[in-house]
Design a binder for this molecule. Structure first.
Ligand code: ZN
Ligand code: FE
Length: 257
């Protein structure tokens, strides 16, 4: 992480994470999504930070639910996906692919990642080496396809997988333990996955978070980034099939898991 940017993480609602991103030089502070205004205001108070921006990833209530209350309280600017402009409460600026959102000295590049919703976006702070991916990829999982097709989601996942391996990935939910149980059913031969699942169980037993993750770790263990794995292809009965089909079948199995 660059000297200029600090990320503060805290639980919200049942299994969401709230994130505050703070530019030390200018004091500008963004909330990445707004699951719930109350814990976000508490976190701001605890850190002594003033909210200047909200960066929304998509329109679901556990991501925009605190928008209007936080805007009323702080006068912050709300930024969200152009495609979902009509359903982002209080939106001031609508952004699309490759737009830059400046937070003081730190810039976030917008990556369009449709699939979970049709306008879902991610924010990549490349200099700081961090990315906020909402409900697109989770640790050992990926978002449900509520509005998009498997082909769209597979494209979106490949865009995130193309970020540098050491990128620190902040996803919106603590779903890792149940994701690990599913992952083991489709690629039980994966030693790195076996080891990670064990570590996740140990962390959760101690009440610890398993988020953030990294691109490298997801590439090695997350079945939704691994349709090229021969073992996974064999498990889902699609040896040699197009990767998008392997991805789609893996997602379908997770829906029924
Ligand atoms: Zn969602
Ligand atoms: Fe969510």
């Amino acid at each position: 992480m660059s000297k200029g940017l600090e990320v503060h993480q805290f639980p919200c609602l049942d299994d969401n994470y709230g994130y505050l991103v703070h530019d030390r030089e200018t004091g500008m502070t963004a909330a990445i999504d707004t699951p719930d205004a109350t814990p976000i205001l508490a976190a701001l108070k605890e850190k002594g930070w003033k909210l200047t921006h909200i960066l929304n990833t998509h329109h679901h209530a556990d991501h925009v639910g605190g928008n209007l209350a936080l805007k009323a309280e702080t006068g912050c600017t709300i930024i969200g996906p152009k495609v979902e402009e009509a359903v982002i409460p209080g939106i001031d600026r609508a952004v699309s692919e490759d737009d830059i959102v400046q937070l003081g000295a730190s810039g976030a590049r917008v990556i369009e990642v449709p699939g979970h919703t049709r306008g879902h976006i991610a924010y990549s702070f490349a200099d700081a080496g961090v990315a906020f991916v909402g409900d697109t990829i989770f640790a050992l999982g990926c978002g449900r396809l509520f509005e998009g097709t498997p082909a769209q989601m597979w494209d979106s996942i490949q865009k995130l997988a193309a970020l540098p391996d050491d990128t620190v990935v902040y996803c919106a939910h603590e779903y890792t333990q149940s994701n690990a149980r599913f992952a083991l059913t489709v690629e039980p031969q994966n030693d790195a996955l076996q080891a990670r699942a064990k570590e996740v169980d140990e962390k959760r037993a101690r009440g610890e978070w398993t988020v953030p993750t990294t691109i490298a770790l997801e590439k090695a263990t997350n079945p939704f980034l691994r349709p090229a794995s021969k073992d996974l292809q064999e498990t889902v009965g699609l040896t040699g099939a197009p990767l998008v089909d392997v991805f789609a079948e893996t997602r379908r199995r997770k829906d029924n898991f």
